[in-house]
Structure formats: structure tokens, C-alpha cells
Write a protein that binds this ligand. Structure first.
Ligand code: AMP
Length: 283
């Protein structure tokens, strides 16, 4: 497996692969790879001849500088995990390679970026949309893979790619969880042992709400209250938002349908976690 930190060399190699008729899959990440990322890489390598994994902690999507600084970084381990799960190439550029001196061209995402993460983390999706468009333009994959763990991010990327007429197929991969239901996240390592033992409450609250939906509850406010009450059972859990919204537009609609998704963001001490569940999907 080859590791590149430079756009031109990566492009030159991908160009030769394309001339050979090879299909290219792409998994963008910020590193600190865990089995959730590994699942994306495996899905890509099952379907494509070549899988590129990017590892780049993108400064423009952090609205809080200390969060960017605290983000875990261990490139050598990540390269090994990528290789073991079928990656052919790792692209790990410097900040200067991605944002050269004088850079000021940004993507302003559409309405799917407005609520929830967009409302609580100003500028976050502008940074996400910008880096994802840049990476997609560099790699030009046939297929790109994103986790539904970051449900709104995936919706924003789908909308951006559609609005900008980018010809890459975007695939959503279901959330990989710990045995107790906690969604895998690079931030989980920062949970205290007390917080870690209470954090499975998130998935329990999501499942309880999904069950109420399966039993016929269609009142958005009632479903949101049910989820919030479940989350508040954990003493250390502070709810930032609970939203039942449309899975494509992310708009909060009074009519809850088979296409509705429940998204939550919570804090355990200074660690912010997000999770979601599609109400009609019994997985
Ligand atoms: P990140 O490095 O956190 O930006 O994530 C890179 C990709 O991995 C994104 O598409 C995430 O949605 C996805 N991802 C993160 N956690 C998980 C998980 N637990 N299961 C599946 N995919 C995930």
C-alpha cells in the first residue's frame, strides 16, 4: 500500500489506474481509525479495484479551535488499519497542501445544513462541504463511502454533490456500534469511565423512540420528548438537541413518516456525541 502527502503524485497514479480501466472507491476520514471506518474501507474494497482512504483533520470544519487541537492523531496506526482492511492508497496531506496560502474559496451548503449540527456548530458544514468537494475533485472516485453515523453530514454531501453536478456515487454505510450500543466514534476515548458506562443510554433512548413509532406514535413532539426523557435518565448526559426530521431535507416536519429520522446530540462532560436512528428501520 502506498501513502501520499501530495496531490499531484496521487492524481498521476490514479490516472494510470483509470487508463487500465480500474474502478476507484474513496473513503474520506479524519483518521483515528476505528472499526466504523474499517467497515467503510471494506465496503469500498469489496466493490472497487482501488480504494483510496484520505486522512486529514480538516481545520475549516472545527468551529472550536480547542476541539481541533484535541482531535486524536496517529497516522502510523491508521495506515496499518487502512491497509489491513483493503485500502490500496492512503492520502494524508498537510494543511498547506489542502489550503495553500491565499485560499478563500468555500462551498456554501444548501438548506440541509441549516438545522441541528448546522445551527449548533456555525460554519461546520461550510468546512465539511468544502473539504469533501476538494477531495472528491482530487480523487474523482466512481464510488465514495460515508457513515450514516453522521446522518446530516451525509445529507449535506448528497445535496452538495447534486447541486454541483458532481458525477460520483455517494454511498451511506450503517453505523457500527459497540456491543452495548454506543456508536463508535473517535471521541469515545475521551469519555471518563463514568461517562462511558452511562453513554449506552443514547442508543437505548433511540430504540425506545423507534419502538413508540412502530407502535403507531406519529406526534413529533411526543416522540422528541420520549427521546429526551430517555437521555436524561443518565445523570451525566446533557441534551443539546433532539430532532425528528425528514431523512432527506433534515427539516423538522410536524408529520412524522416512514422517512423520518431521529437525530440527537448530547454532552458527557466536555465530550460531544451525536447519534441517530431511522424510525422505520428496525435494524
Ligand atoms: P470521521 O473520521 O469521524 O470524519 O469519519 C469518517 C467517516 O467515517 C465518516 O463518513 C463517518 O460518518 C464514518 N464513521 C464514523 N463513525 C462511524 C461508525 N461508528 N460507523 C460507521 N461509519 C462511521
Amino acid at each position: 500500500m502506498q501513502v501520499f502527502d501530495n496531490i499531484k503524485d496521487l492524481r498521476d497514479l490514479l490516472h494510470t489506474y483509470r487508463l487500465e480501466g480500474k474502478s476507484v472507491g474513496f473513503v474520506p476520514t479524519m483518521g483515528a481509525l476505528h472499526p466504523g471506518h474499517a467497515e467503510l474501507i471494506r465496503q469500498s474494497s469489496r466493490t472497487n479495484d482501488v480504494t483510496v482512504v484520505s486522512i486529514f483533520v480538516n481545520p475549516t470544519q472545527f468551529n472550536v479551535q480547542s476541539d481541533f487541537e484535541k482531535y486524536p492523531r496517529h497516522l502510523e496506526v491508521d495506515i496499518e488499519i487502512a491497509a489491513n482492511n483493503g485500502a490500496s492508497l492512503v492520502f494524508a496531506p498537510s494543511a498547506l497542501e489542502m489550503y495553500p496560502e491565499g485560499f478563500r474559496t468555500f462551498i456554501e451548503p444548501g438548506a440541509s445544513a441549516d438545522p441541528m449540527e448546522g445551527a449548533n456548530r456555525p460554519g461546520h458544514f461550510r468546512g465539511v462541504a468544502t473539504i469533501v468537494v476538494k477531495l472528491l475533485n482530487i480523487v474523482q472516485p466512481d464510488n465514495a463511502y460515508f457513515g450514516t453515523k453522521d446522518f446530516q453530514q451525509l445529507a449535506v454531501i448528497r445535496e452538495t454533490v447534486s447541486h454541483l453536478n458532481m458525477p460520483f456515487a455517494i454511498h451511506g454505510v450503517p453505523t457500527v456500534r459497540e456491543a452495548d450500543g454506543l456508536a463508535l466514534s473517535s471521541r469515545n476515548v475521551r469519555l471518563s469511565s463514568d461517562a462511558r458506562s452511562q453513554a449506552p443510554i443514547i442508543y437505548q433512548a433511540l430504540k425506545t423512540t423507534q419502538k413508540a413509532f412502530a407502535q403507531g406514535e406519529r406526534n413529533r413532539t411526543k416522540l422528541e420528548h420520549l427521546a429526551a426523557d430517555g437521555l436524561n435518565k443518565a445523570a451525566l448526559c446533557r441534551v443539546e438537541y433532539v430532532s425528528v426530521c425528514d431523512a432527506t431535507t433534515l427539516a423538522s416536519t410536524d408529520v412524522v413518516t416512514e422517512d423520518s429520522v431521529l437525530c440527537v446530540a448530547v454532552w458527557f462532560d466536555d465530550v460531544r456525541l451525536i447519534d441517530n436512528i431511522e424510525l422505520s428501520n428496525q435494524r
